[in-house]
Unconditional design. Structure first.
Length: 154
């Protein structure tokens, strides 16, 4: 089982590159959305698609594994929600304080799930839903994690 569609990963370079590596091992080729000037030492042997321009981040799923404050995450998700279609799923860092309150302030709160990351160990990652999370968003998040957990079953 593998997720189809495009993925955008937001966060610090260190967390993004760990998740990027897990994704590419599973045959998923995400775009990394990082603040301008944050690129780290990009390895020469892999092609990272990084950008600081949210308008180039059209995706089916946005994975925000940042440790940013809730207001920053809300603003980023709402901007990406305006750029993307209404079906985009937002997988936020489940360790964020007051995840449900944050989800309520995002344009499509039903498309928000939390993922408690143990990057790069997808086996230990856990999905957290809010009372507003739709079944489709939940299924998309489960499919994404399942894809990461079984990269050799593409």
């Amino acid at each position: 089982m593998q997720i189809t569609g495009s993925i955008v990963i937001c966060g610090s370079y260190t967390r993004c590159i760990q998740l990027f590596n897990a994704c590419t091992a599973a045959g998923i080729h995400p775009t990394l959305l990082m603040p301008a000037g944050q690129g780290g030492d990009q390895p020469k042997d892999i092609a990272l698609h990084t950008t600081s321009d949210p308008f180039s981040c059209v995706a089916d799923m946005v994975v925000d594994c940042s440790d940013d404050d809730p207001e920053t995450v809300i603003a980023r998700c709402n901007q990406l929600s305006e750029i993307n279609h209404g079906d985009v799923v937002f997988a936020l860092n489940a360790d964020m304080p007051e995840l449900e309150k944050v989800a309520r302030r995002i344009m499509h709160p039903g498309r928000v799930v939390g993922i408690r990351w143990e990057i790069p160990d997808a086996e230990a990652a856990r999905i957290i839903s809010t009372p507003l999370t739709t079944d489709i968003a939940l299924a998309t998040a489960f499919l994404f994690l399942e894809s990461l957990r079984q990269p050799d079953m593409r």
